[in-house]
Ligand binder design. Structure first.
Ligand code: ZN
Length: 48
């Protein structure tokens, strides 16, 4: 668990950087992309 390289969903307006983030982990593989996508950090990841 903990911070890792950022990833995001092409269907979402936020990116994730924590392996404990439920929202981030629920992204379907076909919608998942590496990097921030230029999007802000997800609120759940910010708390973790
Ligand atoms: Zn997140």
């Amino acid at each position: 668990m903990g911070k890792t390289s950022p990833w995001h969903s092409i269907l979402s307006n936020v990116h994730h950087n924590n392996t404990s983030c439920n929202t981030g982990n629920n992204i379907e593989r076909e919608n998942r992309r590496s990097g921030t996508g230029g999007k802000p950090l997800c609120a759940e990841c910010a708390r973790l």
